[in-house]
Design a protein around this ligand. Structure first.
Ligand SMILES: Nc1nc(=O)c2c([nH]1)NC[C@@H]1CN(c3ccc(C(=O)N[C@@H](CCC(=O)O)C(=O)O)cc3)C=[N+]21
Length: 285
């Protein structure tokens, strides 16, 4: 029996409906959720992503403010904008689109964002809180993956989870979230020996590498849940994931498509984190 599809598009739509309802209530109370998105430079892919994020915000009834800065903006100017947004009470979440131009130090820009407005969950203090099991914001992509796993009904307690790719924005926080749900987690990286043997033991396989079709059906345990975080553009313009979908879907129990899988969930969890920022501020006043 071929794998069941986990549609990120559908799950995202249903979560965004709930978010829009909550946003309307919060607006009624005088606390319209506000997200500021900062884009530096003219990278075409980043422009598309940022436009999608702003559109999703507006559709959910958020206030969204887009700041487009030229590629030659200085780090000092960007830090000044972040500081202004930190002090703006109508803004609950701040997202600085990555990658930044090479003359900037992304790390210090991220650290300049107030941790309670860091809806990406990239600030060191949020990374630390996640590791202690008391997260303020969960990074959007791993958070979205957890929602997709919930949809499958899989019991994560005692499950073998294998994450391929150990980035700070996906692999590492993903491993933490899975661990906190009781999974036994293996975090693989580019030096891992016999990746296939690790994959074949996985009840849950999350692939976040950025290499087209690197996971094939023969590497998958029959019935496993396979989550493809990769978004790769092939020379012919087609989008594909890190998982070879055709061979994988014949073996897996559940699988996410690309596009229409994790990507739409990432944007949804950005909205969710912004709602959480508003709720947290309300409960503190
Ligand atoms: N500070 C920051 N936070 C981010 O969350 C962040 C970032 N920087 N920089 C870039 C990456 C990338 N990212 C995506 C989000 C949604 C889709 C998405 O919805 N993709 C569609 C396809 C879109 C297309 O056609 O290209 C899909 O998978 O169906 C993709 C990529 C967020 N990122």
């Amino acid at each position: 029996m071929p794998a069941q599809l986990i549609s990120g598009t559908e799950l995202a739509a249903s979560i965004r409906e709930q978010i829009a309802r909550r946003a309307a209530e919060l607006t009624e109370l005088g606390h319209q959720p506000g997200l500021a998105v900062v884009l530096v430079g003219e990278d075409p892919a980043s422009q598309v992503y940022v436009r999608n994020k702003v559109a999703a915000c507006e559709k959910a009834g958020f206030k969204s403010i887009m700041h487009r800065l030229p590629a030659n903006t200085t780090q000092t100017e960007l830090l000044a904008l972040v500081n202004t947004l930190n002090h703006d009470d109508t803004i609950h979440g701040i997202l600085v689109q990555l990658p930044l131009p090479s003359h900037m130090d992304s790390h210090s820009v991220i650290e300049a964002i107030a941790a309670h407005k860091d809806v990406d969950g990239f600030h060191v203090s949020n990374a630390g809180l996640l590791m202690t099991g008391k997260p303020l914001f969960r990074p959007c992509t791993p958070y979205g993956v957890m929602k997709m796993l919930e949809l499958t009904g899989i019991n994560l307690r005692g499950a073998e989870a294998v994450v391929i790719g150990a980035s700070n924005i996906v692999g590492k926080p993903q491993a933490m979230l899975l661990l906190q749900q009781g999974a036994t987690v293996t975090l693989c990286n580019s030096k891992t020996k016999d990746l296939k043997a690790h994959c074949q033991r996985a009840d849950v396989l999350v692939v976040a590498v950025g290499r087209p079709n690197m996971v094939t059906g023969d590497m998958i345990k029959p019935g496993a849940v396979v989550i493809d975080v990769g978004i790769n553009r092939l020379p012919n313009g087609q989008l594909c994931g890190d998982v070879d979908f055709e061979s994988a879907k014949a073996v897996a129990g559940w699988i996410t498509p690309v596009p229409g899988g994790v990507g739409p969930m990432t944007i949804t969890m950005l909205l969710q984190n912004t709602i959480e920022a508003v709720e947290r501020r309300l409960s503190q006043h």
